[in-house]
Design a protein around this ligand. Sequence first.
Ligand code: SAH
Ligand code: SF4
Length: 378
Amino acid sequence: MNMAISDANPTHQPTLRSGSARAMRPRGIYDLSLTELETRVSDRGYPAYRARQIWRWAYRQLVSNYSEMANIPASLRGELATEVPIALLETVRTVATDDGETIKTLYRTGDGQVLETVLMLYPNRATVCVSCQVGCAVGCAFCATGLLGLARNLGAGEMVAQVVGAAREARQRGRDLNNIVMMGMGEPLQNYAETMKFINIVHDPGGLDIGARRITVSTSGIVPKIDAIAEEPLQLNLAVSLHAPGDELRSQLVPINRRYPIATLMAAVDRYIAKTGRRVSFEYALMRGINDSEQTAFDLADLLRGRLCHVNIIPLNPVELLPYERPDLAGIESFAGILRAGGIPTSVRYSRGLEIDAACGQLRAKELAPSAASRTRS
Ligand code: SAH
Ligand code: SF4
């Protein structure tokens, strides 16, 4: 494998601040909506159009420093640089696959947390996989992010910064970023307000202008928030991480299932579909000997039949220290075949970047425990 690795600042020490967890979260310009930036600029006695100019520098030119905003008065630049800095995340390391089409970035936040973002370049689109939390409280049995519990929620600006970083990486390769999936670290519906704020900022037509239909929120099944997202004005894509058709197995794999069992989850999905008219994706991480039997496929088809939905099979990305394995190709295709024959639209997502630990939380897990994670994946 030929990994391009750059270590920006290996000796960086975390800057800890006092106060509550919320107060500790570093904030910057990426946390502001355009309206909030306009208010801030007007409060300082500058015309509101300056905010729109700054917005374009930030999200169209993708500048990384106020000093590059050539047509903005130096006094305003100076004030904003102190109050709402641009740099919220520091790049620790960037790793690319052999073909250069999958680029994973490990970031460090202002308070020393580590998180990761993956950019995937396809022939017809460029997609960024965004993290919304450092760690995750849900603790799914097969997930590297869940292993370490939840450190903290990310702020909207820290999510926007990941997208801007990916847009810069894409631009360096002559590409435009056009898709966002909330499938990095964390459970977006357990960080609802910041996630929605983030989505509104990247959606803004004067800035990054990512269409709502090009943004996918993936959830382990936080039922009240599925109802909340159905009420949002933006027509986002919803992906539900199902992984098992029955409660006994699902509760083992996705512990939140004990709180929101499958019947409750499906009722929420049905309400979502009725309200939005939108197709829901079900994610299914396929694990050998766990949830890949023929009978499980038939049960899954029975559960989903008649719903406006689509199944995305993700052959498991094995995680060091966890016992789960991916089935072989024949097993994957036969599982998908049963679903299709049962009338369920199904695709198999052969994941990108296995050799760079591109699955949820894997690079971070390695960063935090380097000695425990050196197994080569097949
Ligand atoms: N917390 C959200 C979104 C982030 S995880 C959720 O769970 O939906 C994004 C997707 O990756 C989820 O479907 C999740 O179950 C899946 N996933 C996590 N670890 C994985 C692994 N090791 N291999 C394959 N898929 C994995
Ligand atoms: Fe959290 Fe999603 Fe990982 Fe489950 S799969 S632990 S919900 S990030």
